[in-house]
Design a protein around this ligand. Structure first.
Ligand code: SF4
Ligand code: SF4
Length: 682
């Protein structure tokens, strides 16, 4: 064995010290397990939810988000930092496990060695590099948190303790190795690519002194490891366990579909006013937060100085769960304590959310802020009847008149009067290839009626066999659902599904991403399975199949930037079709710094369009400033709410030179009328 590289187990470590180390590490692991189990018991006080379905898909998700860390990879600096720390710890954990197997199984039971020869040399190189990169990663973390002082990261005793402690563990591990190499001086020492250069510093020291120092360093190293285990449940390091766990138990659902309240008529409690009203995986998700601040950095409400910070929404609930621990575990009675909705989470925080989904989209550990917000809004709306006054009026209008403006049903088709052709109505024709769901804004709002007419011209020019519902159409229910009035939403959804099922059609077409999302993703919860297309997708198909033509030089020489609606882009992954249309008439498309899946909300989603805002800093004005920053003279939209919010901001900021059009208007304005020569025929 003399010339074969191999690992000497517990070199220079007395038996008593080994036993002491085993006991200490064992106890610290027990304390850690107790702390984590205590949190688990708190989570289980939530409502039951099955998490054993689709186990392979759940494991696949853990691989993608916890091992590969797909969402962490989106930002270069944090990605490099976290991956270095994560993989260093993972490799060192594997290395320590292999060492234990080598000593306690191979050596003890079989009198053989696992860690020897080339495998041992590769093991040494890998573990030394892991230690080095782990230290670099921790250095990057410290620089970012303490020197750069990134506003999305907080500093407190937990970070002040765990970051230096981790660095100390890595460094002391390398020093222990270096001292051993300095005493042993094996021929293969240079394979310890980091420990070996350090060992040269100790060469020449007296052996008894080196041995004593090695033992002391070894003891301190393991004491630090034990301290780290003990700290895990009480610090941000708990995310090592809680984040993958949350990724595993998080529900599978279409992004745009909110959870329905089951047995709405019978339910005694509606929405969430107490922690125990959340599902148990929702409570688990509160502890999964890594406090990375990605959600805070992208939240349009936070940026507009509204009383909402998605990171603290989660952390405040997490702290509330800690404070409520004895009550949740049944050790004290239910009286007293702070009210979750009201004291811990203010109603104005809940109403500030636009449900833009950006926080959820960025969260590396799949925490769903929107679900939590809507659950608490449900409590306010259905149990307390506490809504902002303008929103309450809107919902009453929807309930009574089927639209947010309390307009009479007969006026739903008023927009057709300015057209020089008939718009077919389903009640008259009975069936059509395309059922065009016009939506409330498209039917009643004067600015959006122009978009509706533009779309009608396109359908007419293409000779599409379509029909509208006319007076039979009513609000799809999105504002009611996002405002927390699930009762009204379910009423509307069921009535609409019944209406739709009366007719024969192949596809529902709509120009509103909110209608699109609700019909596509939420109506299936109530038996309404329809093929649904957004007008951007439908018009793009008409262009591609040459059913319509536009003059490609109609707007040549101009620049346009496209504002992605949250409910079309982030919720439903449609980014290309609207861009094709925005550029169809010859304009050069320029992108905002925040576009596509990273686009900022206009401020109108989540029923926010119906809530009156105060103050000069507003989401829509911030977005308009981003549009202006591109230098484009035109902005394209593909959503009635976005159009309204951006037009409002343009008025408020006096940006009269900016042209804002829906993509349907861009296409309709450049449309080659039927019978006219198409550009390619000229
Ligand atoms: S959904 Fe949008 S507005 Fe609401 S908390 Fe998340 S990022 Fe902020
Ligand atoms: S909720 Fe998610 S994105 Fe926000 S701080 Fe926590 S882990 Fe980061």
């Amino acid at each position: 064995m003399e010339n074969i590289p191999w690992r000497i187990s517990y070199y220079n470590i007395a038996v008593l010290l080994r036993v002491f180390m085993f006991v200490t590490i064992g106890l610290s692991v027990l304390v850690m397990a107790w702390g984590l189990a205590r949190r688990y018991r708190l989570w289980r006080s939530g409502q039951p939810q099955v998490v054993s379905d689709r186990p392979l898909a759940r494991l696949g998700r853990v691989f993608v988000y916890a091992v590969v860390q797909l969402r962490v990879l989106r930002q270069r600096y944090p990605a490099a930092m976290h991956l270095m720390i994560f993989w260093a710890m993972a490799l060192l954990f594997i290395g320590t496990t292999l060492a234990a197997i080598d000593t306690d199984i191979f050596e003890l039971l079989f009198r053989a060695k696992l860690l020897k020869g080339d495998f041992y040399l590769a093991y040494k190189v890998a573990l030394d590099l892991a230690g080095l990169f782990g230290l670099i990663g921790l250095g990057l973390a410290v620089y970012r948190r303490y020197v750069q002082s990134s506003p999305r990261l907080n500093v407190d005793w937990r970070f002040n303790t765990t970051l230096p402690l981790l660095a100390f563990i890595l460094l002391s591990g390398l020093v222990v190795e270096a001292l051993r190499l300095a005493i042993q001086q094996p021929a293969w020492a240079p394979f310890s690519v980091v420990g070996y250069p350090i060992s040269l510093l100790f060469r020449g020291g007296a052996e008894p002194g080196l041995r004593a120092t090695h033992q002391a360093a070894w003891t301190i190293h393991f004491a630090a490891v034990a301290a780290f285990f003990v700290l895990i449940p009480w610090t941000n390091m708990a995310h090592i366990f809680t984040s993958p766990f949350n990724i595993f138990v998080a529900p599978f659902r279409a992004r745009g579909a909110l959870n329905p309240i089951p047995d709405l008529e019978q339910a005694e409690r509606l929405g969430a006013s107490r922690l125990t009203d959340f599902s148990w995986p929702q409570l688990a998700s509160l502890d999964a937060c890594t406090e990375c601040g990605r959600c805070q950095a992208v939240c349009p409400a936070y940026e507009a100085r509204q009383p909402l910070n998605p990171k603290y929404l989660i952390l405040d609930l997490q702290h509330h769960m800690t404070a409520e621990g004895p009550r949740l575990l049944g050790r004290t009675d239910g009286a007293g304590g702070r009210a979750m909705v009201g004291d811990v989470i203010k109603p104005e925080t809940l109403w500030a959310c636009t449900t833009c989904y950006h926080c959820v989209y960025e969260c590396p550990v799949l925490i769903d802020h929107v679900d939590a917000v809507v659950e608490m809004r449900r409590y306010l709306a259905l149990m307390e009847g506490e809504l902002p006054a303008s929103l309450a009026t809107t919902l009453t209008n929807i309930e009574r008149a089927g639209n947010p403006w309390k307009q009479p049903r007969r006026k739903r088709t008023a927009w057709t009067q300015a057209l020089d052709f008939e718009v077919p109505v389903m009640a008259n024709v009975g069936e059509a290839e395309v059922l065009w769901w016009v939506g409330c804004a498209g039917s009643y709002d004067p600015r959006n009626q122009k978009v509706t007419r533009a779309l009608a011209q396109i359908l007419h020019a293409a000779g599409v066999n379509y029909a509208i519902l006319g007076e039979e159409e009513t609000c799809n229910g999105d504002p009611a659902r996002r405002a927390g009035n699930e009762y009204l939403f379910q009423q509307l959804a069921q009535a609409n599904i019944e209406t739709l099922k009366q007719y024969k059609f192949k596809v529902i077409l709509t120009q509103c991403p909110h209608c699109y999302n609700t019909l596509l993703n939420e109506y299936p919860q109530f038996g309404g399975d329809f093929q649904v297309m957004h007008h951007t997708q439908y018009i793009e198909a008409l262009l591609a199949e040459q059913n319509i033509s536009v003059r490609p030089d109609h707007d040549r020489g101009q620049q346009v930037t496209f504002h992605d609606p949250c409910y079309l882009g982030r919720y439903n992954d449609e980014y290309e079709a609207p861009r094709v249309l925005a550029a169809a008439s010859g304009m050069q498309l320029v992108e905002m710094a925040r576009s596509r899946d990273r686009a900022m909300c206009c401020g109108g989603g989540g029923a926010r369009v119906w809530i009156e805002e105060e103050g000069d800093v507003r989401i829509n004005r911030n977005r308009l400033a981003q549009i202006r920053a591109t230098g484009a003279g035109q902005a394209a939209a593909a959503c009635p709410f976005c159009l309204t919010m951006l037009e409002d901001a343009r008025g408020a900021l006096g940006a009269d030179d900016l042209v804002i059009r829906d993509v349907a208007e861009i296409v309709a304005d450049a449309l080659v009328a039927p019978g006219q020569a198409r550009p390619q025929d000229r």
